[in-house]
Ligand binder design. Structure first.
Ligand code: ADP
Ligand code: ZN
Length: 812
């Protein structure tokens, strides 16, 4: 039996720690993929077993206290994927594993208080003895709860007197989740309700709760509250009002319900057209061979890529294998989920960021146990424990949200998907209307097989795009929009059609400026100006969340001359509302979508045609299919170019192409308008004419000349610390070590202050290195190991207070 276990923790430390497996129990239970409770420095911590062996280490080892899981929580394949991420993206192995586990199974432990037994000593005062008694009663007490309830100092004193003890316990268990279910109070309640409604209607009394009651009589109770409250009429408050009448009651039930309640009818599978069939056949053949294969499915929006995914998934399931569908975070809309649900029903587990820990855990378990065979989700769903994985779909593979920026692991969801497909001998299909240069290059070099859909399944054609040169319309603007766009919207409204107006969030900000001295209030923690939120009369930092009340006087000169400046999302909506007084406007951006279902609610409102104009950031631009939208305008098509990144042209093209592909889907003709100061820019020209290949050709030539990805791989290093001098010195020393390791300085850029040189009170410097694109996990690990080794010998004083973040394949 193994005598030692190598264990990793959720930290950046890259080496595993070796522990002793002492005792029969630990030895027989220890297994790779399980978590263990072990001593770590002065505390205990949850670690993850990555290896068990009999090699006696040449240092003292401490024993494992307890094995926490009955069965491994991570399969061998997912463990292998996490190891690849650990090596390729150069993070702690435990950090990568943490990303793969749902919260209920993670490494968290909790501080607890427990009381010494026996009678409470007499010398304590009332408050003190109450605390001790209460904790005795509970056996143990979470320190967080204690902190909320009692004075810290008081508790501290009791700990000092050894009447209370602080200890740590792994937070493993997930509490069962309960939720409200509404039902009729008794069997006659529904009839009573109907009568009551009739009486009120006769008396012409139009109370809100009576209208709600009427709706309830038409619905099928019992029903979960979460399914009722999305309906405006059935607010919690109103339901309680009805309960007061003695008609309905709420019941707490344990909920473990992952069912989505969309329509499910597998016979609604569409027959593929010829082009789709051709693409599908190649994927099918690859699935049959049960070897790794990768495809790049290229087709404009609406060309039927999703239908191809659905058919391929169906094949994988027929083979007895599972499937994984990755979509960009903001692409995970109810619309796309509905389409998969229609065919696959409860085989689907949806993993989105708004799930509670409990919901995520349940979905994860259901997949692991094979109760559900398909996972659909954003980036982190690449770790979903789908059994016997056969097919991975990466929709909108070019989307930047697939790359995790912070914290580590800074992995790319698409590339992790490719690696996972390799590990599982699975097929990966990456789809896009505007493939990334990396995937395109991969297709050229034969790494991916390119599949193309040229036509749209219906008569729907690509919309005409008109480029509006803002220089030319300078004196013909209606507020933020040029006259032709204004007229188009007016005409659409007249025909009772809808319009969408998009702006680039990065280009819009609304701030305060002093009219006397020009001072603009800045965030005290970050080197950026504060954004003004008019409705809340607040200034807020979009990087760290700092906020303050709108000041009356300028902090610099003390004058009462602080005025709103710039253009904000709210302001834009207001201007639009003023221009089209008859129209109902709706806004969708980061601020309006932070609530749990806000995103879906806004879309539903627009879909039901309860609004005429939707104003929003690029959140609006994806995965939407509104039949009545016939005008789409981009207010500021070229702001992306203002950002210093080799990818800004690509990103602008992608954004505009997505938009241009949007309108006019269901037969009605649509028109798209780009407002720009640079009408001749290649990205705008190409997007206008729906010419991806032309754009790609030019873009690749330029990248090659400058040795940017895909002709290189970029690793970015960010140095962060509270003392500017130290950050600078560390950046210099590290960058020098990097140059020495590589052998010549050419491919290293920097160090220099980061574009936002101070964020959340941390000064930031950065360096870049370009390495050969075919460098894999082994080469990257070796390069960075050697660099860090060298740096360790030359690091300046105070270096330990400066963090060095590594970002492999940084997007900007
Ligand atoms: P994409 O994923 O490329 O944006 P979709 O798969 O969403 O394209 O297809 C666009 C529209 O055309 C959808 O409404 C879809 O249901 C419909 N569609 C696609 N393929 C077919 C087909 N073979 N038969 C009938 N309708 C189709
Ligand atoms: Zn800030």
């Amino acid at each position: 039996m193994p005598a030692y276990a190598d264990i990793v923790f959720s930290t950046a430390v890259r080496q595993p720690f070796t522990y002793m497996l002492s005792g029969e129990e630990a030895r027989s239970e220890a297994e790779v993929g399980k978590r263990a409770w072990v001593p770590l420095r002065k505390h205990k911590a949850i670690g993850f077993i990555v290896n068990i062996h009999n090699q006696v280490p040449d240092f003292d080892t401490r024993p494992v206290v307890k094995i926490l899981d009955d069965t491994p929580v991570l399969s061998t394949e997912l463990l292998e994927l996490s190891r690849w991420i650990h090596r390729f993206y150069y993070c702690g192995w435990g950090e990568a594993i943490q990303a793969a586990l749902p919260a209920g199974l993670s490494f968290h432990s909790e501080k607890k208080l427990r009381a010494a037994g026996g009678p409470v000593p007499e010398h304590l005062d009332d408050r003190e003895s109450e605390i001790v008694k209460e904790i005795q009663k509970h056996g143990s007490y979470s320190q967080k709860e204690a902190h909320k309830r009692w004075n810290d100092e008081l508790v501290g004193r009791l700990v000092g007197q050894k009447l209370l003890e602080i200890w740590e316990e792994p937070a493993v268990k997930m509490e069962a989740r309960t939720e409200n279910m509404w039902r009729w109070r008794d069997e006659n309640a529904r009839d009573k309700a109907k009568k009551l409604v009739e009486e009120h209607e006769k008396a012409d009394k139009n109370y809100k709760w009576v209208r709600a009651l009427k709706l309830l009589t038409e619905l099928d109770l019992p029903e979960f509250q979460r399914n009722l409250t999305p309906c405006e009429l059935l607010e919690y408050y109103t339901l309680n009002r009805i309960a007061d009448e003695g008609l309905i009651r709420a019941e707490e039930v344990e909920s473990n319900n992952l069912s989505l309640r969309h329509e499910h009818d597998p016979t609604r599978l569409k027959t593929l057209n010829e082009e789709q069939e051709e693409a599908f056949e190649q994927i099918h053949t690859a699935l049959e061979s049960r070897n790794y294969a990768s495809f790049l499915l290229y087709g404009v929006t609406g060309s039927g890529k999703t239908e191809v995914y659905i058919h391929a998934l169906k094949k994988a399931l027929e083979q007895g294998r599972g499937g994984l569908v990755l979509v960009p975070e903001i692409g995970l809309t109810p619309q796309i989920v509905k389409r998969f649900y229609m065919i696959f029903g409860d085989d689907i587990a949806v993993l989105h960021s708004r799930l509670t820990n409990r919901e995520r855990y349940d979905a994860w378990r259901a997949l692991q146990q094979g109760e559900k065979r398909i996972a659909i989700g954003a980036r982190s769903a690449v770790f979903a424990p789908v059994r016997n994985l056969g097919l991975i779909v990466v929709d909108e593979e070019h989307d930047a949200s697939y790359k995790q920026k912070d914290p580590a692991p800074r992995y790319h969801g698409r590339d992790a998907a490719i690696m996972r497909a390799h590990i599982n001998d699975a097929v990966v299909v990456m789809g896009s209307a505007t493939p990334s240069m990396v995937s395109l290059q991969g297709a050229k070099k034969g790494k991916n097989t390119m599949l193309t859909l040229r036509e749209r399944p219906f008569e729907a054609t690509l919309p005409e795009v008109e480029v509006l040169d803002l220089k030319q319309y300078r004196s013909a603007m209606r507020g933020p929009i040029a006259v032709p766009l204004f007229q188009a919207i007016e005409a659409a409204l007249e025909r009772e059609e809808q319009a969408i107006l998009l702006y680039n969030r990065r280009g819009f900000s609304f701030y305060l400026q002093c009219g006397e001295c020009g001072e603009i209030p800045e965030c005290p923690n970050c080197s950026v100006s504060l954004t003004f939120h008019k409705s809340k009369k607040q200034l807020r930092c979009h990087y760290c969340g700092y906020s303050e009340r709108q000041p009356r006087r300028c902090k610099e000169c003390g004058q009462e001359a602080v005025h709103p400046k710039g253009s904000g999302t709210q302001q834009l909506e207001e201007q639009i509302a003023e221009l089209f007084t008859e129209a109902r406007t709706l806004r969708m951006d980061f601020d309006t979508t932070s609530g749990k279902n806000a995103h879906a609610d806004i879309l539903k409102t627009f879909e039901r045609k309860e609004a005429d104009i939707l104003v929003g950031t690029q959140i609006v631009g994806k995965g939407l299919d509104f039949p009545d939208v016939t005008v789409v305008g981009v207010i500021d098509a070229d702001t992306e170019l203002a950002f210093p990144s080799f990818r800004s042209g690509e990103r602008m093209f992608q954004l505009l192409s997505q938009v241009a592909g949007r309108s006019g889907r269901a037969g009605k003709e649509g028109k798209v308008y780009f407002q720009t100061w640079q009408p001749d820019h290649p990205a705008i020209q190409a997007a206008q004419k729906h010419q991806f290949n032309e754009f790609a050709h030019q873009e690749l030539a330029q990248r090659k000349m400058l040795q940017y990805p895909p002709y290189s791989r970029i690793i970015r290093f960010v140095f962060k610390g509270k003392k500017e001098g130290r950050v600078r010195r560390v950046a210099m020393a590290y960058t020098e070590s990097l140059m020495e390791t590589i052998g010549h300085p050419d491919p290293v850029l920097g160090p220099s202050p980061a574009p936002i040189s101070r964020m959340q009170n941390y000064y930031r410097w950065e360096s870049l290195v370009k390495i050969k694109p075919d460098n894999g996990a082994g080469a990257i690990e070796q390069l960075l190991d050697r660099t860090f080794e060298r740096y360790e010998k030359h690091k300046p004083r105070g270096a330990s207070s400066v963090r060095i973040n590594v970002n492999v394949d940084a997007l900007e």
